[in-house]
Write a protein that binds this ligand. Structure first.
Ligand SMILES: *Cc1c(COP(=O)(O)O)cnc(C)c1O
Length: 388
């Protein structure tokens, strides 16, 4: 049996044909495909606007800029995420703080958020923006976060890198019903891929404009917005400082082609997750819990094992699984434990729920294309390790 990775993309013949067609087209970048892809994702999610960008990390930076995040501002996110969810704020010069997770969903805890907001209001250091992350594809409690956003006046940016295709209260994640902006990733491990790629969705025309500006070097080509008079055909103006975050036509061609199968991908991920739940129920592991309001996109299947009580070393456990041909991963080492954030003043013990979770969490292989036989092998290898 060949090695079973924890994640694996799929590329179909029609994906390849779409990319080849883009390669043979007149434009490799700044063509029609990136805009079409953005419009299609916006339509899928029922959001008004979307901007296609190079990747979600840049998308988060664009969103922070559009939100007006600047020096001296505070931005809060969860420790249980990829570093990009926090780094975006640092790139805008802002200070980062974290809100510990809910021990059941591993998403940002709304009660911890509320308590922290009460204290921050007293100290006059309320956040400019909060970035909840829909961990493993399951939406955060966005209605409650939106209520706090109104009360404490912060911008909500959903890091939905895990959650394209998921839903919350019967609306697709990305509809921005309870947030200002939503960011998706098209990295190969995510729901669908564009090799690299990201997208920022919003409903506000003003945010859309700012997202476009910041992702296009702050350059304005719409003559109705020009500050100076010019009829010259080559004329454009730079109004603000931005970046080049353009998605190429090749990326967009791949993403568009993959978008056709998004619902199938989610259905298959859901089926495999339900199958894991059935196969694993007699093992001494804790299974992911589902929130009734959210329909997960099942980006990850995270089990928890009480390694400490079982007197097992987690690294050795992962290594023996790898020897048995089973790839696993750990999502995530809490962001505040990275040396970069320790230098910002965070230490072990700051976010204990995330830290305990990190000791126990293990992501099992989950992707369309994982066969039932392979899944049986994963469970058998776990059973050998756990119950001998
Ligand atoms: C993958 C990921 C990102 C970054 O996405 P890229 O497209 O690789 O830049 C950001 N946040 C989370 C939670 C992710 O999983």
């Amino acid at each position: 049996m060949s090695f079973i990775p924890y994640a694996q993309h799929t590329v179909s013949q029609s994906d390849i044909d779409a990319v080849v067609a883009a390669l043979k087209s007149e434009r490799l970048t700044q063509g029609p495909l990136a805009e079409t892809f953005a419009a299609e994702v916006a339509q899928y999610c029922n959001a008004r606007h979307a901007v296609a960008v190079t990747n979600a990390s840049m998308g988060l930076i664009a969103a922070c800029h559009a939100a007006g995040v600047a020096r001296e501002d505070w931005v809060w996110t969860t420790p249980n995420t990829f570093a990009a969810s926090a780094n975006c704020a640092r790139h805008c010069g802002a200070r980062v703080d974290f809100v510990d997770i809910d021990p059941r969903t591993f998403n940002m805890s709304v009660s911890a958020l509320e308590q922290k907001l009460v204290r921050a209001a007293e100290q006059q250091r309320l956040p400019k923006a909060v970035i909840p992350v829909h961990f493993a594809g399951q939406s955060c409690d966005m209605q409650a976060i939106a209520r706090l956003a109104r009360e404490y006046d912060f911008v909500v940016i959903e890091d939905a890198a895990h959650a394209l295709g998921g839903a919350y209260l019967d609306k697709k994640v990305g509809a921005c019903e309870y947030s200002d902006m939503t960011v998706f990733s098209f990295h190969p491990v995510k729901s669908i891929t564009a090799a690299e790629g990201g997208m920022v969705l919003c409903n506000s025309a003003e945010l859309y404009q700012r997202l476009q500006d910041v992702s296009r070097q702050g350059v304005v080509r719409d003559s109705t917005r020009f500050l100076n008079d010019s009829d010259a055909p080559w004329y454009y103006e730079q109004h603000s400082l931005g970046y080049n975050m353009r998605m190429t036509e090749l990326q967009a061609a791949l993403g568009r082609s993959q978008l056709h199968r998004l619902d199938e991908v989610i259905t298959e991920r859901r089926r495999l997750a339900a199958r894991y739940a059935e196969l694993l129920k007699s093992l001494p592991v804790q299974l992911p819990e589902l929130d009734a309001a959210a329909k997960s996109a099942w980006h990850l299947y995270v089990i928890r094992i009480d390694f400490m009580t079982m007197d097992k070393d987690k690294a050795a456990f992962v290594q023996s699984l790898a020897k048995d041909g089973i790839g696993t991963q750990v999502h995530y080492m809490p962001v505040h434990l990275h040396p970069y954030y320790q230098l910002q003043g965070f230490t072990m013990g700051d976010f204990p729920v995330s830290e305990v979770y990190y000791q126990q969490a293990l992501s099992l292989p989950l992707y369309p294309g994982l066969t039932d036989e392979q899944q049986d092998c994963v469970v058998a290898a776990l059973a050998r390790q756990l119950v001998g």
